[in-house]
Design a protein around this ligand. Sequence first.
Ligand code: NAP
Length: 288
Amino acid sequence: MKKILITGTTGMVGHYIDHADWHLDVVKTTRSDFDIRDLDQVDSYFDRMDFEVDIIIHLSAETDVDKCEQDFDHAFMVNTIGTQNMVYQALKFNVPLLYTSTVGIFGGDGSLGPFNEFSPPCPANKYGLSKLHGEQIIKNHISRYFIVRPGWMMGGVDKDKKFVMKIVKQIQAGKKEIFGIDEIIGSPTYARELIQNISQIIKTQLWGTYHCTNIGKMSRYDMAEMICEHFNPSIKVIPVKSDYFDLPAPRAVSEYSENKMLGIRNLNFMSSSEDALKTYLDEISREL
Ligand SMILES: NC(=O)c1ccc[n+]([C@@H]2O[C@H](COP(=O)([O-])OP(=O)(O)OC[C@H]3O[C@@H](n4cnc5c(N)ncnc54)[C@H](OP(=O)(O)O)[C@@H]3O)[C@@H](O)[C@H]2O)c1
């Protein structure tokens, strides 16, 4: 029987693979199977496989936005060339490819969204650019693809390197005040719901691009308020402007997204941003 091959299974999204309803067995690959930047390693793994692949789900990426800004060669090798190396396998074995891109390909021109599959891309930073190049390579070379664009990722608990866990760690450290930017908006994306929605998308042959975020928009300040309310309501959450934090990568003013195509195809199983954050906070409470 054919199998679903997934890369990047040790990350925030990969953390929930076993919680999704797959129609075939899943093979989880990691960096120890192959480094996606190295075509020889990737070729060698795929040529030695003793099973047939039904679809490749390519989750691996460099997701550290500031690292990508400071080292574009690295971002380009992982996010663009790594994706091209997976495209070569999809072509060689004549299988479809699902690529997780990002809503971070929008907003560099100051547009406020909500962005959908037909909005013109304009990345605000090198991470977004490296992921957009990955999309372009896929579109130029294969016809049976799904490009899935999540927003501000949350999930994974011990795998979580992003905003929610950064705030939780500040709370654990005993901070009495927490600062959250209130002038930037985005659509949070609970990694658990994302991979569950992906498992449904791949049951179809409705190839194309899909935004897949939780519904609605929040600011980092809104999120910090909900996180503090959940763990310690006595903490004061203070709204600040973007320049309060001195970060290497510019951020778009908006990564607010709309799941237009999932809606049209009756494939939108994402909950509201607030409900998803609440569910994730409950998960953290259970597991920490
Ligand atoms: N995290 C976000 O904020 C975010 C937002 C929007 C979209 N996305 C997209 O969603 C997808 C999943 O992201 P995530 O949140 O799960 O990211 P993550 O937690 O940073 O995990 C990245 C995964 O990629 C693997 N990886 C990185 N470089 C690799 C390499 N050179 N060779 C092989 N594997 C490599 C990592 O392996 P190791 O554990 O060995 O490092 C890890 O399994 C990515 O395509 C990402 O661009 C993420």
